[in-house]
Structure formats: structure tokens, C-alpha cells
Ligand binder design. Structure first.
Ligand code: HAM
Length: 424
């Protein structure tokens, strides 16, 4: 046998039940999000690298070390999208959406790519369900997004999750916070102890020191200045309204002063949803407000707020779904009977019934084994006798009972046996 070409590290193939779980997540997301006015936007997986540099930020981990970037045949740098927001902004600007609607609510789903060390819940190709609401400054938009996210998570059956929330302030108040934080971090210099990454981040992206996972760094930053204490009155009022709306809807949350997010475009409200049940990669969703982003990419001065859920991580939390069972398995015992089964199967599917035809070799026993393995509720058998009498043997695979039914009546027979139950 020739050597096979293997799958790329950090990239996954997905058979059922994993692919079923993804289908369920996407179906539920479309249903829940469209109830809030979201429409679907599909954007390419490949974009010019500049788009991500300018939106996510030069000093972020994503841009510095996690992008799949390569030159095309004309030496232009391209990047496989590490997230959806940047591409959605580009599409929004290029389509001049703001000239047609004052608020755009856009849902995007698909694969994203980050060159991270693969582990449970962390892949190099992963999938997001992503929502962006563009055009509203209102804290009601933030709260509505968070409420929608939490409703989606409830509808897929997840309850034991924690919503964390913070406010990063704006371009007026955040520089003051940054300055205070850098002063605080400089004051720590004598104590040593910040990890290598944080010592670098102190210069390049000091806010990220706050969300370092290392125990030592966390201890040292426990007494660091807090973003909320530096919020200007407008930012504070905005945040207070978001909080009040969440409380009024009984949506539990925790204030987390370390929640600074890993992407540079955020301002004001930021949030994450974490689970205690999937190991160290615990964030199942993250998002926030990004008021300057569209403008910084050459578009109009339009504010926005959004979030993305990681589908692999949600799938880890979903209860195992029972595999779907086809309704019928049609089995012909000779050439003529096989042709009859083939056309019977087409009629049944036309009528909305799900099922398979037997295409394997071997005798009756092996065919029945395959019928059993298919999980079908009914095996439809046409042997010599049935072919001669124009009937089909309908065998209930759970009870073992069987009944000869005229071939012309099979669709009607199955429909009445099943009554109003869902037969797909
Ligand atoms: P993010 O926090 O970088 O935000 O990613 C959102 C979610 O994607 C994470 O919470 C996690 O569940 C999932 N995720 C990220 N990286 C991986 C990975 N390597 N493997 C598996 N899952 C992963 C964003 O991407 C923002 N664009 C969200 C947003 C939309 N903000 C505003 N609008």
C-alpha cells in the first residue's frame, strides 16, 4: 500500500457525532440570532495581511506569532483569517452598508486559523459563531448582544457557565489607566518575578500583563490599578446601564478587572463566557465594543459591538447526542428485486422518509447484519416471493415483527404506522 498523506497538526476531520454537534450549534445559532434581527454574512477565509495587522493590532499575540501568513504568486502577503471581525468590517465598508441601514446585525460562521500549540479545546483550525452589531453607540446594544449570547448558550443546553464583564474605557480615559498601570508595574521591578512574556508586554501591551495566567504574575498584579476606577463619567454611565440591564434580566455576571481581551480594537464593554469543565482553554465566547475600528480601517465613523463563540469548545460541553436512525433499509435479494427496492427508496424519500438501499455483496445474512448496523427502524425486504406477489416484507427491526405490504402501499403504510411522528 502506498504511504498516505497525513492530516496537518492542529487541523481536524469531523465525522458524526462531532459533525452532528456542529450542525446543531449552527442551526440553533441561526434560529436564536435571527430572532434578534441578525442576517448571515459569509466572508472569505483569506484576506490581505494588512487587514489583521491594522485591526487586531501589531503587538498582539495573534498578529505577532499566531497567523498563517504567506505571499501569493505576486508576492502580496495573505493571511488565513484568525478571527471573523476584521473581515466583517472590511465587507461592511466595501459594501457601504451604513448608507443603507443605520444598524447592521451580521452573523458569520466558519473556520478560523491560529498557529497556537494544539491542546484540548485549542486547534490551529477552529470554528467560530460570530455576531457583530454595527451602528449603535447605545449600551442597550451591548446588553442585547450579551443577553442574546446567554440565550443561545441556554438553548444549546449549557447552564454552568460564568459571564465575566469589564469596561476598558475609551481613548480619553484608557491612556490615564495605562500610565498608572505602567507606573505600578515599574514599581514592581525591584521585586522581580514577572514572567518573561509580561516583562516584554510591559513595554508593548501593558494591559495584557493583567490577564497573564502565571500564578506569580497574578499575585504581583493583585493590587494593580483597576480599569473601572479610571473610567471617565461617560464610560462609567455606559457600563452602569449595561450592568443594570443585565441585572434586570437576571443574567448573572462577575466583574473581572483582569478582563482586557487579547485583541487591540476593544473599548468600553468587554466580556467573556468561561466554563469550569473543559480544562485550561476555558473561554467559550468572548467579545466587546469596538467603536473606532471601522474608521481605523478607512470606513465611516461607525461604532460596533460583537462576540464570537468557539464551536470546538461548545461541542466539548454538549451532552452526547443519540445517533440519528434512518427510517428504512431497503434490501432486494436478486437483480429484479434490487431494481424494485431502488425505485421504492426513491418514492419514500420523495415522501420525506430517510433511508438507505442495500448496495453490499454477500448473502441474506450479511445483508441483514448491515441492515441492523444501519440502525434503521424498518427493513424493507423484497425476495423472490415478494417480487412475484408484488409485495414488500416490512420488518420492524426493534420488535422483529414483520408484515407483507403491497409495494404500491408502502409509502402510505409507513406514513400511517408513524402517525404524526418526525420520520427524518
Ligand atoms: P477571541 O476571544 O479571540 O475573540 O475568540 C473567541 C472564541 O474563539 C474564544 O472564546 C474561543 O472559544 C474560540 N477560540 C479562539 N482561539 C481558539 C483556538 N485556537 N481553538 C479553539 N477555539 C478558539 C475573537 O475572535 C473576536 N473576534 C470576538 C469578537 C467579535 N469581538 C467582537 N466581535
Amino acid at each position: 500500500m502506498a504511504a498516505h498523506v497525513s492530516r496537518i497538526k492542529g487541523f481536524a476531520d469531523m465525522f458524526p457525532p462531532d459533525s452532528d454537534a456542529f450542525g446543531f450549534l449552527e442551526d440553533t445559532a441561526r434560529r436564536v440570532f435571527s430572532r434578534c434581527g441578525f442576517v448571515e454574512l459569509r466572508t472569505p477565509v483569506l484576506e490581505y495581511t494588512d487587514l489583521f495587522r491594522r485591526s487586531i493590532g501589531e503587538e498582539t499575540d495573534v498578529v505577532q506569532k499566531e497567523m498563517f501568513t504567506f505571499p501569493d504568486r505576486n508576492d502580496r502577503l495573505m493571511t488565513l483569517r484568525p478571527e471573523a471581525t476584521a473581515g466583517v468590517m472590511r465587507a461592511y465598508i466595501e459594501d457601504a452598508r451604513h448608507t443603507r441601514e443605520s444598524v447592521s446585525r451580521l452573523f458569520t460562521t466558519g473556520p478560523m486559523f491560529r498557529y497556537e500549540r494544539p491542546q484540548k479545546g485549542r486547534m490551529r483550525q477552529f470554528h467560530q459563531l460570530n455576531c457583530e452589531c454595527l451602528g449603535s453607540h447605545s449600551p442597550y446594544a451591548d446588553a442585547d448582544m450579551i443577553a442574546m449570547l446567554m440565550r443561545f448558550l441556554r438553548e444549546i443546553g449549557l447552564r454552568e457557565l460564568t459571564l465575566k464583564i469589564n469596561s476598558l474605557g475609551c481613548s480619553t480615559c484608557r491612556p490615564l489607566f495605562k500610565q498608572a498601570l505602567v507606573e505600578y508595574l515599574n514599581g514592581l521591578a525591584g521585586q522581580g518575578g514577572l514572567c518573561e512574556d509580561c516583562s516584554r508586554r510591559m513595554q508593548t501591551n501593558p494591559l495584557r500583563v493583567l490577564d497573564c495566567k502565571q500564578e506569580g504574575c497574578r499575585r504581583l498584579t493583585d493590587a494593580a490599578p483597576r480599569l473601572l476606577d479610571f473610567n471617565c463619567p461617560d464610560c462609567r454611565a455606559h457600563f452602569d446601564t449595561v450592568i443594570r440591564l443585565l441585572e434586570a434580566e437576571h443574567i448573572p455576571f462577575e466583574l473581572d478587572h483582569r478582563l482586557v481581551r487579547g485583541l487591540d480594537y476593544y473599548c468600553r464593554t468587554t466580556f467573556e463566557v468561561v466554563s469550569g469543565n473543559i480544562g485550561s482553554q476555558s473561554a467559550v465566547a468572548g467579545g466587546g465594543r469596538y467603536d473606532g475600528l471601522v474608521k481605523s480601517l478607512g470606513g465611516p465613523d461607525v461604532p460596533g459591538v460583537g462576540f464570537a463563540c468557539g464551536m470546538e469548545r461548545l461541542a466539548l460541553l454538549l451532552p452526547q447526542q443519540a445517533p440519528k436512525r434512518p427510517l428504512f433499509y431497503a434490501l432486494g435479494m436478486n437483480e429484479d428485486a434490487r431494481a424494485l427496492c431502488f425505485s421504492l427508496a426513491q418514492r419514500l424519500r420523495e415522501a420525506g422518509f430517510a433511508g438507505e438501499i442495500h448496495t453490499g455483496d454477500g448473502g441474506f445474512k450479511s445483508a441483514m447484519r448491515q441492515a441492523g448496523k444501519s440502525g434503521a427502524h424498518y427493513c424493507l425486504i423484497i425476495g423472490e416471493d415478494e417480487a412475484a406477489s408484488g409485495t414488500v416484507m416490512v420488518k420492524d427491526m426493534d420488535s422483529g415483527e414483520q408484515q407483507a405490504v403491497p409495494q404500491s402501499d408502502v409509502v402510505q403504510h409507513l406514513a400511517s404506522t408513524l402517525g404524526g411522528t418526525d420520520h427524518e
